[in-house]
Design a protein around this ligand. Structure first.
Ligand code: ZN
Length: 189
């Protein structure tokens, strides 16, 4: 089932996710629905907060972004990204590292708004899979950026919080309009 994606101004986007204690049938359904919703919106990542659920859960699939390379290492060796997708992160812990890397980002909760964001180039991840397995991997390139963007959502952090002051100032009229439209729609319900 395709779920409604909430936009900037919805309080769920500022909520820190609760830890997922067990992968229930309900959670499996939510994961399936989040994947379906992400693909339908042509996104490459979607966090639970973006469908109104404050949980430490996000789904990612970078296969569609063929113009922006990703790297993946498991056990210190390069691994096949395609075989690792879609990626479902439950209770992930990150260690971003490496040189700062600046690249364009968008967000399904900010339709039509894009900006350059600087983040560490690489990230080490420890996470739980839907099968309950604890796995570790390292990512670079676009996958590193998407993992950091999505896990920010799980902590109530948005990409506008990572923009330089001048970039955010340039987008402020659009951000204000989106926030007001979201709040007005919530009030009208
Ligand atoms: Zn986002």
């Amino acid at each position: 089932m395709i779920l409604p994606i909430v936009n900037y101004g919805h309080p769920a986007l500022r909520q820190k996710g609760a830890r997922v204690e067990s992968v229930t049938a309900e959670l499996r359904q939510l994961i399936d629905d989040m994947l379906e919703t992400m693909y339908a919106a042509a996104g490459i990542g979607l966090a639970a907060q973006q469908v109104g659920r404050a949980l430490e859960l996000t789904v990612i699939d970078v296969r569609a972004a063929t113009d922006r390379p990703s790297t993946l290492e498991r056990d210190g060796k390069p691994a096949d990204i395609g075989a690792f997708m879609p990626l479902v992160l439950i209770n992930p812990a990150l260690r971003p590292h490496g040189e700062p890397d600046t690249g364009p980002e968008g967000c399904l909760s900010f339709p039509g708004i894009y900006a350059d964001i600087t983040r560490p180039a690489r990230v080490d991840v420890v996470t739980t899979t839907p099968g309950g397995e604890r796995i570790e991997f390292s990512a670079g390139g676009l996958l590193s950026r998407v993992v950091q963007h999505e896990v920010d959502h799980l902590n109530g952090i948005l990409f506008i919080d990572r923009m330089t002051r001048s970039v955010k100032a340039g987008l402020q009229p659009e951000l204000d309009a989106l926030q007001q439209a979201t709040k007005a729609a919530l009030k009208a319900r």
